[in-house]
Ligand binder design. Structure first.
Ligand code: PLP
Length: 411
């Protein structure tokens, strides 16, 4: 007997991250935090080991009237001022001329989930990166979608030929193509495509769009931590070259941008050549949003608008400090890894560095051995994720060498 719908996977969620986070916590309690390397946490932490909550975000948030916090949003697609500011924050600097609209969502998760849920029919395949944020697969499974993956790298750059091959394979079996590209600051490798690589992606998707409608889901959860933040949106201009049969959804999240993971605020930015195309997707997304979460926290939206306009300078200054810190931590790890021969995926920027492990069996053994040495990391497909976002500079020092030694000593 089952109380839930028949077409659902009944296997319990395997939250590998939280299980390891718990182990790391227990180890800290037992042997002292100074003796444990906890590289599991995917939020920004300061050098003292606490979560960062930007002053420039939470001081104004605390000053918002309780009535504003209590009220429903202005509309179930989001407050007008928020929708406009999300566009101005992300897309406008690129100079894009595509038609557009914005729908507020609960974090980036909401925007990604809406897209997977409303674009494909059950049984169709979504194209995901081979190494990726775990929720994509979970969402696909909940929507009864199949998953196909593209290999991310060829040597030290984006594997454009495998991307093309997998797109073409999907075209042979279905009448729509949905691809996910998590860029810039890919989770978990820290790769960002170059403008030239994006131009190649646009060329390939345009060619596919001669046969079927193509939807590009560009997940930009970490964009505001690009090292060259002033030019981090430039690549969006390459989308202007998309033909009328391509649709873009940019999944934006305030979680990392504002260090406000718990406020559940994000957006789906819809972009296409024609107003009609944008409206057609908007109609469906609006209804799905209304039917699922109804509306997004009013105060969180208003605060984003305030922080990125009136409080812009204070916010950028505070964020810049942490971008520099991320850079310092990641450079230590990456350079030491290079020096001792610990192979990592090509890292450019962002919250995570990933150690390359082609064989998932060896990865499992390595991950276990690391824990025995009080180094806690997260397993990802073909890799071990090191969260430099939450690891102090001191803890980053010497870590790569310790990991390399443990790997070399595996039986
Ligand atoms: N996309 C990626 C790649 C992520 O890593 C995350 C969060 O970890 C998200 C999207 C969504 O985060 P949120 O729903 O908190 O905005």
């Amino acid at each position: 007997m089952s109380f839930v719908k028949t077409k659902v996977d009944m296997t319990p969620i395997e939250d590998t991250v939280f299980a390891i986070v718990k182990k790391a916590k227990e180890a800290k309690a037992k042997i002292g935090a100074e003796n444990v390397v906890d590289a599991t946490i995917g939020s920004l932490y300061n050098e003292e080991g606490s979560i960062v909550a930007f002053e420039s975000v939470f001081t104004p948030y605390d000053q918002i009237a309780k009535e504003t916090k209590a009220a429903y949003a202005g509309s179930f697609v989001g407050n007008e001022s928020y929708r406009k500011q999300v566009y101005d924050w992300i897309v406008k600097p690129s100079g894009s001329t595509l038609e557009h609209s914005v729908i507020a969502t609960p974090g980036g998760t909401g925007a990604v989930a809406l897209t997977l849920q409303e674009i494909l029919d059950e049984g169709e395949s979504v194209l995901l990166p081979e190494i990726a944020w775990g929720s994509y697969k979970l969402m696909a499974a909940m929507d009864n979608l199949k998953v196909k993956t593209y290999s991310l790298f060829e040597e030290n750059h984006f594997n454009i030929s495998d991307f093309q091959k997998k797109c073409e394979e999907i075209l042979e079996t279905q009448k729509k193509l949905l691809v996910v590209i998590n860029d810039p600051c890919h989770n978990p490798t820290g790769y960002s495509l170059t403008k030239e690589e994006w131009e190649e992606v646009v060329r390939i998707l345009n060619a596919c769009a001669k046969k079927v409608p193509v939807i590009l889901l560009n997940d930009i959860a970490y964009i505001d931590y690009s090292y060259d933040v002033d030019h981090s949106r430039d690549y969006i201009k390459t989308f202007d070259a998309f033909n009328e049969n391509v649709f873009v959804v940019i999944a934006f999240s305030c979680s990392k941008s504002l260090t406000s993971y718990g406020l559940r605020c994000g957006a789906a930015i819809l972009m296409a050549k024609t107003k009609e195309a944008v409206r057609s997707v908007e109609i469906v997304f609006e209804k799905a949003a209304r039917a699922t979460w109804s509306n997004i926290p009013n105060a969180a939206m208003d605060n984003f608008t305030f922080v990125t306009t009136d409080n812009h300078n204070a916010y950028m200054k505070e964020k810049k400090f942490y971008i520099k810190l991320l850079k310092e931590r990641s450079e230590i790890f990456v350079e030491e890894a290079k020096a001792c021969g610990l192979s990592c995926y090509p890292y450019k920027e962002g919250f995570f560095v990933t150690v390359k492990m082609e064989d998932n069996n060896i990865r499992d053994e390595f991950h276990e051995a690391l824990m025995q040495n009080h180094i806690y990391t997260v397993k990802v497909n073909k890799g071990i994720r090191v969260a430099v976002c939450s690891l102090s500079v001191e803890k980053c020092k010497g870590l790569a060498k310790r990991m390399a030694d443990i790997l070399n000593n595996l039986s």
